[in-house]
Design a protein around this ligand. Structure first.
Ligand code: PEP
Ligand code: CO
Length: 456
């Protein structure tokens, strides 16, 4: 690269195990280090899940977002579960993502970059390492790649065999995702079929039907103009990239491979990796790991992130100031984003990092209702998104994307939305393994409202 004159580069002698010299937050207490080492050896022998060239394609797409010519939709489960690694669950999640991306692209007139929290989102940071119920204290559930969710000593013991199981579930999920996105399911001619029955019956489902009918008309018009629609691959296939939080560093290390074309290192467990609010320490193991891989990477920023911390993370992760390399995801809460984000945007812009600015309007608006359910209100989610758009525009940067937790099913985990889901409804279908997700109807509604923000 051309930045040697800008000072010493952190990544010059980087190796995939570079993180081991740094403190790593949020790692499970693996009871048997030899068993862990054996699994990591096994993972090292497995084929990569994604290829370097694909990660580069996503980087190029994100560079378009960084310059304001595209919008990022990053969406999926808080924590994927092995049990929901079924054809129907994966298909329904993809349906929502395709619907949302069509709504965004059609209304805003810019391409939507689709990035799923899928095929690897199996590990979770936790606010407490232990959980106590009825006087019994056990390790917290850290995602199915670490331990089981049942509250028994047996299930909660971290088991490295789960890393290998996670790899295989990710491979199966990605295989189906590739088939769906390249094999006809994502064809724009099928835009109506992405509207699931329970969604189609709702006001936002009907609004979607009207939009889909307009797309049909536009396609017929183009055909009438003599454009050979069959030949336009863009109409028949989509790119849906994968992402997860790079939390379990032994797993990420084992899947990090050297690209034969460029000699660069890529974490081939997903196209895009991010570090969470709890693991973004500039001198910590997670940032040291992401510093050396050439994938596009992200950093979550909570309400207490300071401009100095963010600048340091930018220096380590984006030393060459390349558009598409770094995405900063603000998850500050509806009340705080308007106050906390502007000084960060100013500092990053002044330092010349061409980052993608994204809003995660969910994690800063989580609360536990008196009835015991952890939830989020749709109105708070939209309020944070609106404040994010206002802030970006006031600071002169492109509001580049939205990062949400959702599922294709008709769950009742988040309050509000057009159905005015209430606290008493939460118990009906509260199925998440971790944080509350928008259901398919709430997700579509969020897409329409976000599209309005984009077009305004
Ligand atoms: C998440 O995205 O599920 C998550 C844990 O987020 P954060 O790091 O922002 O808390
Ligand atoms: Co979450």
């Amino acid at each position: 690269m051309h930045a040697a004159h800008r000072g010493p580069r952190v990544v010059d002698d980087w190796r995939p195990d570079a993180w081991r010299a740094r403190p790593a937050a949020q790692q499970p207490d693996w009871p048997d280090p030899d068993a862990l080492a054996a699994v990591v050896d096994e993972l090292r022998r497995q084929p990569p899940l994604v290829f370097a060239g694909e990660a580069r394609a996503l980087r190029a797409a994100l560079a378009e977002v960084a310059t304001g010519r595209a919008f990022l939709l990053q969406a999926g489960d808080c924590a994927e579960s092995f049990r929901e690694c079924t054809a129907n669950d994966i298909r329904d999640k993809l349906k929502v993502i395709l619907q949302m991306s069509v709504v965004l692209a059609y209304s805003a007139g810019v391409p939507t970059v689709k990035l799923a929290r899928l095929a690897g989102q199996f590990a979770k940071p936790r606010s407490s390492p232990t959980e106590t119920r009825g006087g019994v204290t056990l390790p917290s559930f850290r995602g199915e790649m670490v331990n089981g969710i049942e509250f028994t000593a047996e299930a909660r013991r971290p088991d490295p065999a789960r890393l290998l199981a996670g790899y295989h579930h990710a491979a199966a999920t990605l295989n189906l995702l590739r088939a769906f996105t390249k094999g006809g399911f994502a064809d724009l001619a099928r835009v109506h079929q992405w509207n699931q029955e329970f969604v189609a019956a709702s006001p936002e489902g009907r609004r979607y039907e009207r939009l889909a009918a307009e797309i049909d008309r536009a396609l017929r018009f183009m055909a009438a103009c003599g454009i050979d629609l069959e030949a336009e691959l863009q109409l028949h296939q989509v790119d849906c990239f994968t992402s997860h939080e790079a939390l379990l560093l032994p797993y990420e290390e084992a899947l990090t491979r050297q690209d034969s074309l460029t000699g660069d290192w890529y974490d081939c467990s997903a196209h895009f990796l991010w570090v969470g609010e709890r693991t973004r320490q500039p001198d910590g193991a997670h940032v040291a790991f992401l510093a050396g891989v050439h994938n596009p990477v992200g950093v979550k920023l909570g309400p207490d992130a300071t401009p100095a911390e963010v600048l340091e993370v930018c220096r380590v992760l984006d030393p060459d100031r390349e558009p598409g390399r770094l995405t900063l995801v603000a998850r500050m809460g509806a009340e705080r984003v308007g106050e906390r984000l502007p000084p960060i945007i100013r500092a990053v812009r002044q330092a010349g990092h061409p980052v993608v600015w994204v809003s995660d309007p969910m994690h800063g608006n989580t609360f536990t209702h008196a009835n015991g359910y952890k939830t989020r209100h749709f109105d708070d989610v939209m309020a944070e998104l609106r404040a994010f758009f206002d802030t970006c525009r006031a600071e002169g940067v492109w509001p580049g994307g939205v990062h949400v937790e959702l599922t294709g099913a008709e769950v009742t985990e988040c309050l509000g939305g057009a159905d005015a889901l209430g606290a008493d409804d939460l118990e009906q279908r509260y199925e998440t393994m971790c944080d509350p997700r928008l259901n398919a109807r709430q997700s579509l509604e969020l897409a329409f409202q976000t599209a309005e923000l984009l077009a305004s």
